[in-house]
Design a protein around this ligand. Structure first.
Ligand SMILES: CC(C)(COP(=O)(O)OP(=O)(O)OC[C@H]1O[C@@H](n2cnc3c(N)ncnc32)[C@H](O)[C@@H]1OP(=O)(O)O)[C@@H](O)C(=O)NCCC(=O)NCCS
Length: 356
């Protein structure tokens, strides 16, 4: 069912925007809003999946009948958390309150469902730098992760021979259930009580495992035997996920834990996964982004990668910020002017002229 709603003229905004749910048919207009992430935008390959997923909805912002903004709203954590992603506004409409209004309208819509208690999102330090005064007023920074970006050619990957085998374990749904039910392991791997995979922060709940393990992800774990790990079942967890962009593969590797004993083995397995994924694709370039806690030495990662894929370091993003705020009905401003009937009425699913 389609939903449309609009910001009220009384709101102190630069440009009034109407918002409606995005459809698969909006693909071309949405993708033409902006070129983002240095040409490595995930939206072209994930758009259809995201706007049709049971727990996500896309929203378009419309001004003068043109789509000028977009965001994805996902509901995770057993229905209690709103995650916004893929936000973008056409360059000539930026800085005019368009995105802020869209988020308010979407929050209002989501708040009607009654169960959502928090709003969260992740952002790069570039965007954080531009908006941090606004962010700090409204959101709390829960934690951050360090991002290392590397680019290499598939043709440069060479075989690496490892002298010892750590018995890397491939994690499936059951293994994640076990992991989440081990307090010592969770405390060690996820000190902030959240797991961020593919830029989406999630609570350590079994209902989130299906978002962690998708058809495009590879989760590996190992336990270092030469250390004392009281009740810890894994001392390093790595989760790789990927998407294809024009003539390249973007591979995002989330690293949890700071025990680097078997880091080489994990990295090698993920690079081998990249080689396998690209075997039948016309794609020679790999963009690898590795997200770690601050205590993992990035020079170690770089030196390991240098052994088998000769990467160039790219200094685009260095920090991922995880922001959060409570979302209660009292936090949500009311927008009451409906574009369909130009009247003032409660926000409804479609306009059915229920006047206040
Ligand atoms: C970031 C962007 C979407 C902001 O749009 P905008 O219309 O210029 O923003 P506004 O004028 O409404 O002011 C910023 C608002 O966006 C919010 N915002 C900015 N970046 C955000 C993000 N990544 N996630 C969630 N909210 C964000 C701010 O909190 C603020 O909202 P508020 O008014 O409720 O406090 C826009 O600059 C853009 O398209 N940038 C290029 C794409 C991009 O960098 N996207 C973010 C990737 S992390």
């Amino acid at each position: 069912m389609s939903v449309s709603f609009q910001s009220s003229a009384e709101e102190d905004v630069g440009v009034a925007v109407a918002v409606r749910e995005a459809t698969v048919g909006d693909y071309d207009q949405v993708l033409s809003i902006a070129r983002v992430y240095d040409g490595r935008d995930y939206l072209p390959s994930k758009y259809k999946h995201l706007v049709t997923s049971a727990n996500c909805k896309g929203y378009v912002g419309v001004v003068d009948k043109s789509i000028v903004a977009f965001l994805i709203a996902c509901i995770v954590d057993d229905g209690t958390t709103l995650v916004t992603r893929a936000g973008r506004v056409r360059s000539d409409y930026r800085g005019k309150g368009v995105y802020g209004q869209m988020k308010q309208l979407v929050r209002k819509q989501i708040a009607l469902q009654g169960r959502v208690e928090h709003e969260t999102f992740t952002t790069s330090d570039i965007n954080y730098g531009k908006n941090n005064t606004k962010f700090k007023k409204i959101f709390t920074e829960r934690f951050s992760k360090t991002v290392g970006s590397y680019k290499f050619q598939i043709s440069d990957v060479c075989q690496l021979h490892l002298d010892s085998s750590p018995g890397l374990q491939l994690l499936d749904h059951v293994a994640f259930e076990n992991l989440f039910s081990s307090p010592a392991t969770c405390k060690y791997l996820f000190p902030h009580n959240k797991i961020v995979v593919d830029w989406v922060p999630l609570k350590l709940l079994s209902t989130n495992i299906s978002y962690i393990l998708s058809s495009t992800s590879l989760a590996l774990a190992s336990l270092s035997s030469d250390c004392l790990w009281n009740d810890v079942i894994y001392s390093l967890l790595t989760i790789g996920s990927y998407y294809m962009c024009s003539s390249c593969i973007a591979y995002q590797l989330d690293v949890f834990g700071s025990d680097v004993t078997y880091l080489r083995h994990h990295l090698m397995a993920h690079v081998q996964n990249i080689v396998r994924l690209t075997a039948n694709e016309n794609c020679g370039t790999v963009w690898l982004e590795i997200y770690t806690n601050g205590d993992v030495d990035r020079s170690l990662i770089r030196s390991v990668l240098c052994e088998f894929c000769r990467p160039q370091s790219i200094n685009t993003t260095t920090i991922m910020h995880v922001l959060e705020k409570p979302l209660k009905p009292s936090n949500v401003k009311t927008f009451t002017t409906c574009k369909d009937c130009e009247g003032t009425h409660k926000l409804q699913t479609s306009c059915n002229n229920t006047m206040l």
